[in-house]
Design a binder for this molecule. Structure first.
Ligand SMILES: O=P(O)(O)OC[C@H]1O[C@H](O)[C@H](O)[C@@H](O)[C@@H]1O
Length: 648
């Protein structure tokens, strides 16, 4: 019992020490280290007393508010990765690292050399992480204790590692080479993958070369991709990355790809604005084909097409990407015009399936997208085969886990110094936060530590003029800096001392060192900064970051980056012992929205006031009634569609 307490209170103390630098405190009611044998009330009192002695009043208050139930609920048996000696060794190692400053660590060139990895054309520099060779060794030990190698192999072998949905996790198969073999339950799935890819090539070629025409005989040069979440963010990331890439943009000449994700009618209006329905092809992208937002948007756009082109236009103007071909047919899309994928591809991991490859091939041509698939496949091979010490996604996953679980830094800023990568952060937000934002392990046991990280980001240098202040002098937020050697676009003005891209990259190099080194009061004094300003102008430094440099931002390297970040998330989840491939946390809100939808319909059609007795709380009922009073939307006119004003 004492051991358990000591361990938990160490975590508490560390967190409180850093509490100026983090957003949330850990969930102490997940303390599984409390001995089951001891009396629950005594446990709580002991922690309270200890906590008051060792940590701040804020944490003590939190602990005091824990009820017996929450402690008891988490005292079930079984162990987690946090019970292993390898985890504990890392916890103890934190004290060693706390004695160091990055300023000194960076002076050790041998250390830096061992932390810079060059592989697959990528240059990845871990030297500004708060780690030493010893930390890496301990992290690799932890990975081995967690069975990381077996788990990676299990994923590639098509084992049903998504246990709560009883599914394999094989997005790697969607970018497999034609001659690769990836078995799922005794069957090689690669031929099926290529059957769909061949169909995408043939269809996108026909649309692009004018063989496939719209209902009125016009070429379909505009594409609207309707989808949300994983059926949107990955394709948007890749589309944004390739827009200004010279060879891809040449292929896209005269073509346009718009996305429609939000159920907000404003998004409908913006996605369709300026489009001629006669020249527009609509791709409905939904793994399930049941997502409320996507289906309402699909019905809305179908109506927009029909109202302009007549009732029979759907077969020429609408195609679908889904695993649910039955619902595609019921929607009215010819199954011949549907592009399938499989339940072993998770939504947020689906950009390499038809979800991304169809709309992107329509825009850039299949050959460009094949380069993208090859880049992702290259990173898959690297991830599968490379020893942990030189495995880029493994090292990224382990160092981020170190930051989150041991150093107490729960966020990550993704800062590409490349405008083309501006949608990496929103995409990665879903991949990371939906995958690893979990509270229980694979067996449903509450975890004694928090998982997941808070991801956000903006391209540099924009972020520098926005939120970097906090990152430099406020909370500690580990950063991923991503730079590109050769820009997609080159500008070098006569008379300027550097090119525009060099100017951008000067910032990329500077920011990582500014975070690591900071600026001391002594330095400021030597610059004659007045005393009263010294505390304001000092930078503590010692703030960790990762620097990634890619040779150029092409379809191939974008594929590599995508897969590297996907696998980073898998590594974290595998080591924490959670299921990174389900997403039950998104369900509750959907169920409540559906309940409110029914009430809203009754209220709109029968002018009925919503009451708490309808099974809704007072505050929500009152707020909905207030909304309904606003009369921003009148009763739906019988038999008429209303479109956003812009599209009327
Ligand atoms: O592709 P769909 O079935 O329409 O799903 C779209 C999205 O909706 C869900 O709410 C999930 O949280 C996402 O993981 C998914 O990508």
């Amino acid at each position: 019992m004492i051991l358990g307490h000591t361990h938990c209170l160490n975590a508490v103390s560390r967190t409180v020490e850093r509490s100026q630098n983090i957003t949330t405190l850990p969930t102490f009611n997940h303390c599984t280290h409390l001995s089951r044998a001891c009396n629950i009330v005594t446990v709580r009192n002991t922690i309270e007393i200890e906590a008051k002695r060792t940590v701040s009043a804020r944490v003590a208050r939190m602990l005091a508010s824990m009820d017996e139930g929450s402690i008891a609920a988490n005292m079930s048996g079984g162990s987690t990765i946090a019970d292993t000696p390898e985890w504990k060794a890392l916890q103890e190692h934190v004290a060693e690292i706390d004695k160091t400053h990055l300023r000194d660590l960076m002076a050790d060139e041998r250390r830096c050399m061992s932390l810079i990895k060059e592989s697959e054309g990528l240059y990845v520099d871990f030297s500004r992480q708060r780690v030493t060779a010893e930390t890496v060794k301990l992290l690799v030990n932890l990975a081995e204790a967690a069975g990381l190698r077996e788990k990676i192999d299990g994923m590639f072998k098509g084992e049903r590692i998504n246990s709560t949905e009883d599914r394999a996790v094989l997005h790697v198969a969607t970018r497999a080479r034609r001659d690769q073999t990836i078995m799922v339950e005794g069957k090689n799935v690669v031929p099926e993958v290529w059957e769909v890819l061949d169909k995408i090539k043939s269809f996108s070629d026909k649309v692009r070369n004018g063989e496939w025409l719209g209902a009125t005989g016009k070429p379909l040069t505009k594409v609207v991709a309707i989808g949300i979440g994983g059926s949107f963010l990955g394709p948007l990331f890749v589309h944004t990355a390739l827009k200004t890439e010279p060879s891809a943009s040449k292929q896209a000449a005269g073509r346009q790809l718009n996305f429609l994700a939000n159920v907000d009618p404003i998004d409908v209006s913006r996605a369709l604005k300026g489009l001629d329905p006669e020249e527009t092809l609509v791709v409905v992208v939904s793994k399930t084909f049941t997502t409320a937002e996507t289906m309402l948007n699909a019905r809305t756009v179908r109506q927009w097409l029909k109202s302009h082109l007549g009732p029979d236009c759907v077969s020429k103007h609408m195609v679908a990407v889904s695993t649910n071909l039955k619902l595609v047919k019921e929607f009215g899309i010819n199954p011949e015009n549907a592009f399938g994928f499989w339940d072993w591809v998770g939504g947020r991991y689906s950009v390499c399936s038809a979800v991304g490859i169809l709309p992107l091939s329509l825009q850039y041509g299949f050959d460009v997208m094949q380069q993208f698939l090859m880049g992702a496949n290259n990173m898959d091979d690297h991830f599968k085969n490379m020893p942990f010490e030189n495995n880029l996604p493994v090292l990224m996953g382990l160092t981020s886990l170190w930051n989150i679980s041991f150093m107490g830094y729960p966020a990550l800023a993704i800062l590409p110094y490349c405008q083309a990568l501006s949608k990496l952060a929103p995409h990665y937000q879903q991949v990371s936060m939906e995958s690893n934002g979990k509270g229980v392990d694979m067996n449903g046991k509450a975890l004694p530590f928090e998982t997941g990280e808070v991801d956000f980001g903006e391209p540099g240098t924009n972020g520098q003029h926005s939120f970097y202040q906090l990152v430099h002098q406020g909370r500690v937020v580990p950063c991923d800096f991503i730079g590109v050697v050769r820009s997609q676009q080159s500008v070098y003005l006569k008379g300027e001392i550097v090119s525009n891209h060099d100017e951008l990259m000067c910032n990329f190099f500077a920011q990582a060192d500014a975070l690591a080194y900071g600026k001391t009061p002594e330095q400021l004094r030597s610059e004659n900064v007045p005393d009263y300003l010294i505390p304001h102008k000092a930078f503590t430094g010692n703030r960790p970051s990762l620097s990634i440099m890619v040779p150029s931002c092409t379809a191939y390297t974008v594929g590599q980056l995508l897969a590297m970040y996907e696998h980073r998330v898998a590594v974290q989840g595998f080591v924490w012992g959670i299921n990174s491939f389900d997403q039950w946390g998104v369900e509750l809100g959907k169920v409540l929205a559906s309940k409110i939808r029914t009430m809203m319909n009754q209220s709109r059609t029968k002018s009925r006031v919503i009451l708490p007795s309808d099974g809704i709380n007072y505050s929500t009922a009152r707020m909905i009634n207030k909304y309904l009073e606003g009369k921003t939307q009148l009763l739906y006119p019988e038999g008429h569609d209303t479109f956003p004003v812009d599209l009327l």
